[in-house]
Write a protein that binds this ligand. Structure first.
Ligand SMILES: [Fe+2]
Ligand SMILES: [Fe+2]
Length: 406
């Protein structure tokens, strides 16, 4: 936004750079959200102007209308009167408003069409492959990282000591480094820095750390997906964001281990990765179909392929012998009420919707998949201010957590 005179400043304005007094003394650091008392102080010390961040309040009425139209398009599949969807809509509106005020240009609908994909050929055509045969073909071809099974073994062994867990995880240096970064990130918010896996096991808990290690080791399996098919960075950003929200939502429930939810969020769309690998053309078609027609991706997959990514994650996670509770959250994230004990998948379901809502202001191209009223109700929480607080926490965490992974 730039420089504003002191009499133009209002509470809520955010500083773009450090604000200093005329004698060079630091008054407020960059990113401080000014309150009324701060502005009073600035008047007293004689500061004349401040470098402030863009504010959605500065946008013209016409731009505000354009933003509303743009954002509304993503909420076609949710009930606008339903409290959590309304909150998500407002959040998306505010984030998009700030992004536009900072210079982001609302994408044109034609931007949603992707480049030429005609050259791709699928191993399976519609009707020729079922989720089971696709997964069978995949798992026969590629072997799963050995470290995954060693972690699984200690995770299942109730008597495994913390030292043994630390020892197994430490044999994979890159995995250990990721875990150390993660436990030092704001996802945990430990006041002191943690420099060893054994310390991480002691602080986070043996079971929790092994679950994290298991999920992270599974990600490695997908590192060879061709970048022309899908931007893997935004795929993992979507997944990590969902993990952050799932962990926060799980924290509102009694007796749930938040790590499991971070991992379930991280891997919730793992079925899409298998589709990219085995049916690149059909899955790209589904993405285009979803974007062009503003329908949820999961619906587009069903129309193009007759099944969707959760139909594929089911046999896949089974073949990996992935822990059952985690698999259920992943397999039912689009249909939580179909699972006998819907609370856990319902958390991923809501987290995924909120993820899609915050992605709108980042150029996200998919409409919200839809929030199941019953699934929301079993969480027993109030959308306001919980969802907005979760989004604030996400903003503090996402870059650092992304950094831990890539
Ligand atoms: Fe999904
Ligand atoms: Fe998703």
């Amino acid at each position: 936004m730039g420089i504003k005179r002191l009499d133009e400043l209002t509470a809520g304005t955010v500083l773009a750079s450090d604000l200093k007094a005329s004698d060079g003394r630091l008054l407020f650091k960059a990113d401080t959200e000014l309150e009324e008392r701060h502005i009073e102080l600035l008047k007293r010390v004689g500061v004349a102007e401040a470098d402030v961040k863009a504010d959605a309040g500065d946008l013209s009425d016409e731009t505000v209308r354009d933003i509303e139209d743009y954002v509304r398009d993503f909420f076609l599949y949710v009930d606008p009167e339903f409290e959590p969807s309304l909150q998500m809509f407002r959040i998306a509106l505010d984030l998009t408003g700030s992004a536009v005020a900072s210079g982001w240009v609302l994408p044109d609908i034609s931007d949603r069409r992707a480049s030429d994909v005609e050259h791709m050929e699928d191993l399976f055509l519609r009707g020729m492959g079922s989720p089971d045969t696709i997964v069978k073909h995949e798992t026969e071809l590629a072997s799963f990282p050995d470290i995954y099974f060693r972690i699984k073994e200690v995770l299942e062994d109730e008597s495994a000591s913390a030292e043994r867990i630390a020892k197994v995880v430490s044999t994979d240096m890159s995995l250990a480094a990721k875990l150390i970064k993660l436990v030092n990130s704001p996802l945990y918010g430990f006041p002191q820095s943690i420099d060893s896996i054994s310390r991480a096991v002691a602080l986070v808990g043996a079971k929790e750390l092994s679950t994290l290690a298991l999920g992270i080791s599974a990600i490695n399996y997908f590192k060879d997906i061709p970048p022309e098919l899908v931007d893997m960075k935004s795929f993992w950003r979507h997944s990590i964001t969902c993990g952050i929200f799932a962990k926060i939502l799980a924290g509102t429930q009694i007796g749930l281990s938040p790590e499991r939810f971070f991992i379930a969020g991280l891997l919730h769309d793992v079925g899409r990765l298998i589709l990219f690998k085995k049916l690149p053309y059909a899955s790209t078609e589904a993405m285009l179909f979803a974007r062009e027609n503003s329908i949820p991706l999961v619906e587009a997959e069903r129309s193009i392929m007759d099944f969707c990514h959760t139909d594929v994650s089911q046999p896949l996670l089974q073949s990996w012998k992935f822990p059952e509770g985690l698999s259920d959250m992943i397999n039912y994230h689009h249909s939580p009420m179909e699972f006998p004990n819907p609370l856990e998948p319902a958390i991923i379901h809501v987290a995924d919707n909120l993820t899609n809502a915050v992605e709108i202001a980042q150029g996200g191209m998919y409409v919200l998949p839809g929030i199941d009223v019953q699934a929301w109700e079993i969480l027993g929480i109030k959308a306001d201010p919980l969802l907005r607080d979760a989004v604030d926490q996400y903003h503090e965490q996402i870059d650092i957590i992304m950094n831990a992974f890539f």
